[in-house]
Design a protein around this ligand. Sequence first.
Ligand code: TRP
Ligand code: SF4
Length: 400
Amino acid sequence: MFPDRILSGMRPTGKLHLGHYHGVLKNWVRLQRDYPCLFMVADLHALTTSYDDVSVIERSVWDMLVDWLAAGVDPEQAIIFIQSQVPEHAELHLLLSMVTPLSWLERVPTYKDQIEKLSHKDLGTYGFLGYPVLMTSDILLYRGNLVPVGEDQVPHVEITREIARRFNHLFGKEPNYQELAEAAIKKMPGKTGKQYAQLRTRYQQEGDAEALLAARALLAEVQNLSAADRERLFGYLEGGGKMILPESKPLLTEASRMPGLDGAKMSKSYGNTISLREDSESVTKKIRQMPTDPARVRRTDPGNPEKCPVWKLHEVYSDQPTRDWVVQGCTSAGIGCIECKQPVIEGVLAEQKPMFERAQRYLEDPALLRRIVDNGCERARALAADTMRDVRQAMGLNYK
Ligand code: TRP
Ligand code: SF4
């Protein structure tokens, strides 16, 4: 009923690293070609955990936006915007909070996890408990039905679906639904209204599935119905109400676990990252200093790539002939580790090169970046306003 639309977001946590690129951004760049996409800087989500130090958020927002554009997120194809600049997120969050059972929020797995993990912070706040409601609002505000996320965020997309269902169930039936539907039938041209009513009766009383299909086809063809009336009549056929908010589903990013410098998953908290726009000297130095197979103490000792963090990077960056060269050279002590690392260094630098080039424009002309984001926020607000009109009306808050 609603067209496919993608919404995803990222909390501004500072400069991004290659783990973000391989895990998330590469996927966004692919998706933006195939779907209408909105990519959002989740600065309000950052506030739920960093409310005690807001100074870092703004800087991080701009750094992250440059990194997005550097990675190839394209403002010509996708809408790029900042959550807090579209106040409807806060409004929808408040309205959805009215119908979200506390127990749903308390049982979200990340809730207790995060409180324990970030024990140096006081996360016993109303805002932090509401994190999933805020995320639900982000998604439903644009009627996003597809949400590309990592495994850890799947429970949040599930709660989004549950809240949408509950909302539709509670508010999808307009109070005078039946009258409105009957009035819409009268507006149908010629005999079509009468045909619709007969088909509906046949379906509802006799369960005649063909009648349902015929009625749907009829509705799709009729010319002079308003969009709202048409939707009402589609719902009226099956006895249901209106679907105001869609049921979203996660688009799981294929688990591309980008290995870090120590072989563990690349993550800021492990201190094993290479940033997206790290300068080449630093990249070279970091890779040269990477640990290798601990059994390979001397140059003459053969090694085992399976026990070496450098090998994991070859799996990301090297072609088959290079990999064969590594396995052969390592296990026979034919190559040294510094030699083995060279193609990885080159692979990373080659990947970064176009990113530096794309970033350069925005670093030289910060006003350009601002214009792109202003434009994105404006387009996001227009879409948000549409949804909020329906939501307010459904909840009886439309005093017109
Ligand atoms: N919570 C997400 C994260 O930490 C970020 C986010 C906020 C998000 N709103 C969203 C992701 C909406 C997808 C859709 O990664
Ligand atoms: Fe690792 Fe390469 Fe050294 Fe083997 S040769 S231990 S794969 S860095």
